[in-house]
Design a protein around this ligand. Structure first.
Ligand SMILES: Nc1ncnc2c1ncn2[C@@H]1O[C@H](COP(=O)(O)OP(=O)(O)OP(=O)(O)O)[C@@H](O)[C@H]1O
Length: 299
């Protein structure tokens, strides 16, 4: 399933929530959406699944409008979790499975397998309202995947989970991807996007400010961080051409450089000055790129 969003704009009254967004997500890909609160991620997801119509532009999956896809094709984990608190887990999952075209037996088999995988088979008959927040989230995740969708859209799937459950869910997501599911997800933790996605989009005020392959984005982002530990004073580097910022830690000096050629120039000079214990150039993190492009740390 290939997703194409061409020049998509969505307005709510005077507010432009998504502004001329073009995206291309390939079949079987895991795609990350980043953006501060209100950047337009959820609105984008809702257009991907046909809940919202764009004011301008087009959305299609394999050339088909999302509204025309079969219910079985899409799985969606909404940001606002929407389970029925009074219903028992299995009853509720059977109901949702039936809505997506599964028989009762198929739904029960899928749900039992997922409950085992998530180490919560004993909650089969529990009311949702009696589960912890993290376990409710696992149930909500199961609701999004029990019909084995080809496209899975996960809005903040890891928020509110402890590290063990984050790992459990991450593994599940990676397995689904390896089985061929196309996955789009948003996360407020850039490390999740960095570890899971080859391709991503950073949105800011409805506009895509960075979009493409993570490795290409990092390569074309010129700024580098340089870490040095030396047995002599490095104070002369403060005014070195291409050094944008210098921070002296207890053991190590960290420099922000205009680009990697500055590191080479510094390296050439240090060799003649004394013993250098450590010299390393760091690739930019997604966090660095986000701050540069969006102008503020991620909320
Ligand atoms: N149904 C709506 N009616 C009016 N305005 C809306 C509606 N949905 C979203 N908006 C506005 O559109 C903008 C983008 O919202 P959206 O929920 O897509 O952002 P987001 O990136 O998902 O944010 P968050 O990380 O906080 O979930 C916001 O300013 C929001 O207030």
């Amino acid at each position: 399933m290939v997703l194409r969003m061409e020049n998509v704009t969505k307005r709510f009254g005077a507010k432009t929530a998504v502004d001329h967004l073009s995206l291309h997500i390939d079949s079987g890909e895991m795609f990350g959406m980043l953006g501060a609160n209100g950047a337009g991620k959820t609105t984008t997801f809702r257009m991907m699944i046909g809940l919202f119509e764009p004011n301008d532009g087009e959305v299609s999956w394999n050339g088909i409008a999302p509204q025309s896809l079969e219910a079985r094709t899409i799985g969606y984990l909404p940001e606002e979790r929407g389970l029925y608190p009074k219903l028992k887990v299995m009853e509720q999952m059977i109901y949702l499975g039936r809505l997506r075209g599964l028989s009762k037996q198929e739904a029960v088999a899928e749900v039992d397998a997922w409950l085992e995988r998530f180490h919560i088979p004993h909650y089969r008959k529990a009311k949702v309202e009696n589960l912890s927040k993290g376990n409710q989230q696992k149930i909500q995740f199961i609701a999004a995947v029990l019909h084995r969708p080809q496209l899975l859209i996960l809005d903040e799937p890891f928020s509110g989970l402890d590290p063990i459950n984050v790992d459990l869910l991450k593994k599940a997501v990676v397995n689904l991807k390896n089985d061929g599911t196309t996955i789009v997800f948003s996360s407020h933790d850039m490390k999740h996007v960095e570890s899971l996605c080859e391709n991503l989009c950073i949105m800011n005020e409805g506009k895509p400010v960075v979009h493409g392959k993570l490795s290409d984005i990092k390569r074309t982002y010129e700024k580098r961080k340089l870490h040095i530990r030396a047995d002599f004073s490095l104070s002369f580097l403060e005014n070195f051409d291409g050094v944008l910022q210098m921070t002296n830690g207890a053991e190590e000096t960290t420099l922000e450089l205009r680009d990697e050629t500055v590191a080479e120039a510094i390296f050439g000079q240090l060799r003649d000055l004394g013993y250098v214990r450590h010299f390393s150039v760091e690739e930019p993190t997604l966090h660095d790129i986000f701050i540069e492009k969006v102008g503020q740390p991620y909320a």
